[in-house]
Design a protein around this ligand. Structure first.
Ligand code: 5AD
Ligand code: SF4
Length: 494
């Protein structure tokens, strides 16, 4: 049964929750384990190695992982050779608590030690007696900045095309960690101090990805526009990276998430405006529309500062869309403050907003100094009210696109078509057995669906919009550009 020298069946199951950073980390872990002979399975029962890449931003995400782990208790008892690992933010935050709550877990590996996973799995498997292993970074008060920083290693080795969002899109980490210490947020503890990667490393990774057929690069950082690295006597910022990546043949689109509003400098806005490959979209979370709440959150800006930023964006990059994150029900949030958050959605007309109910996180300033005093039902109601207003705004703004043409990078089948196909139903488009519903994104990051041949995935199409919802533009294809291998772009009129 065993297909490998150290006695595993070669089947790896990995479950990932949380942000894009975790998606990328899982891609890199899988790539490293493939070198040790593993292949992926989506069936936890079939796997001998099960990894959970975790998120700690909200309590709900942690519950999900603890329930998944709970379901494995019996499996581990009957098949003790299975290695179960908990990786990422929750591993860094909870550490030994994970072994206490789920004693059948074998390894706990923080965000800064992912490179050690292949070795830890091997050692766990070959140990004579069962031995739990832990690899985590220092806490934010456990040493000098240099010591803490170097205990969080940036992990960007091999890539794994199968684990990407699509074969044409790849995340590239440009920095790790965060030094902003918003009072509600656990990230500075779980991801460590802010550290920017050298531009030369980033650029060579982008070139490798372009050679593998990647067309869209999404640069990742917790505060991606705070990127700063000195190399060869010169300080490089995010705008410099954008100019450099714009020159890489094969790359067609460049984007970045998530921006910190205070660091939205003009050089970056000019790069987004001037570079043909730059996606005209910024994710710049406001978090709250009331200055008192922003102060309690220690966001470092006021609504007025944010307004100034929005005016600069609108003036510099006409048509640029902006999305936000909001927290509802943060400590002491009054009905009036909540109304100010709602008003901010109307004023800034976000393309979309990710709205979260405040979840108290151990170890944060808010948890130790403030009272989580908004009842759950009030948080829920406020969340729904925010969502309703955001949907109304999104639908109004999407309707502006009706009758216009947008350029779409096709990602593949739409969710609806995928679901139909998964249920074994006919997913072909009405009247065209070769077509199905496709989805992609416009240059301002709007989701667009239209009927077309699935072979268009990875190509850029002109789509005329004739309908919309709050989340989606619905259209039909006008022209398409299909890239054949690396031989260039063939424009085809339909
Ligand atoms: N509770 C709820 N939402 C949070 N976020 C970060 N920390 C918390 C928390 N403790 C939200 C913020 C952030 C997004 C990724 O998650 O809005 O931008
Ligand atoms: Fe968390 Fe604030 Fe850093 Fe974002 S900027 S990761 S919300 S501490």
């Amino acid at each position: 049964m065993s297909s490998s020298p150290d006695g595993h069946n070669g089947k790896l199951y990995i479950e990932t929750v949380g942000c894009q950073m975790n998606v990328l980390d899982s891609e890199l872990v899988v790539a490293a384990l493939r070198k040790d002979g593993y292949e992926l399975t989506d069936d936890p029962k079939a796997a001998d190695t099960l990894l959970f890449n975790t998120c700690s931003v909200r309590e709900h995400a942690e519950h999900k992982i603890y329930s998944s782990l709970g379901r494995l208790k019996y499996a581990k008892r009957t098949a003790p050779q299975k290695v179960i690992g908990v990786l990422g933010c929750m591993a860094q935050k909870d550490q030994d608590l994970i072994f206490e709550r789920a004693p059948h877990v074998d390894i706990v590996v923080g965000t800064g030690q992912l490179a050690e996973i292949p070795r830890l799995i091997k050692e766990t498997r070959s140990a004579e007696a069962r031995q739990q292993q832990k690899a985590v970074s220092l806490g934010r008060r456990d040493g000098s900045v240099l010591e803490i920083s170097s205990s969080f290693q940036s992990y960007d080795p091999l890539r794994d095309p199968e684990m990407r969002p699509t074969p044409f899109q790849a995340f590239v980490r440009i920095m790790i960690g965060c030094d902003k210490f918003c009072t509600y947020c656990v990230v500075p503890a779980t991801r460590g101090p802010e550290q920017s990667r050298p531009p030369s490393h980033i650029l060579s990774e982008v070139k490798v990805l372009a050679d593998q057929g990647v067309k869209e690069i999404c640069m990742l950082g917790q505060t991606v526009n705070s990127y700063k690295h000195t190399e060869d006597g010169r300080t490089h910022r995010l705008s410099d990276l954008m100019y450099a990546i714009n020159e890489v043949p094969g790359i067609e689109r460049i984007r970045f998430v998530t921006s910190y509003p205070k660091d939205m400098t003009d050089d970056l806005l000019h790069a987004v405006r001037d570079l043909p490959k730059a996606v005209k979209y910024l994710h710049a979370p406001l978090q709250h529309g009331c200055n008192d709440q922003l102060k309690l959150m220690k966001r470092g800006y006021t609504v007025e500062d944010y307004r100034e930023m929005m005016h600069r964006i609108w003036e510099t990059i006409p048509g640029c869309s902006v999305s936000s994150d909001f927290i509802v029900g943060f400590c002491g949030e009054s009905e009036e403050s909540h109304q100010l958050s709602i008003a901010s959605i109307r004023e800034f007309r976000f393309k979309n907003s990710f709205i979260f109910k405040y979840s108290e996180r151990g170890g944060t300033k808010a948890a130790s100094l403030m009272k989580d005093d908004i009842p759950e039902d009030v948080k829920k109601r406020r969340n729904n009210e925010m969502l309703a207003v955001q949907n109304e705004i999104s639908e109004e703004d999407n309707a502006e696109f009706i009758g216009r043409r947008v350029s779409v990078l096709v990602e593949g089948q739409s969710k609806t078509a995928e679901r139909k196909a998964a249920r074994g139903e006919d997913a072909s488009a009405p009247g065209d057995p070769l077509a199905t519903q496709l989805m992609g994104r416009s240059e301002c990051d709007r989701i667009v669906v239209f009927d077309g041949n699935p072979r268009l995935a990875g190509s850029t199409c002109e789509v005329e919009v004739h309908d919309c919802t709050g989340t989606t533009l619905i259209g039909s294809i006008v022209t398409k550009e299909v890239q054949h291998g690396s031989s260039g772009i063939l424009p085809i009129l339909s």
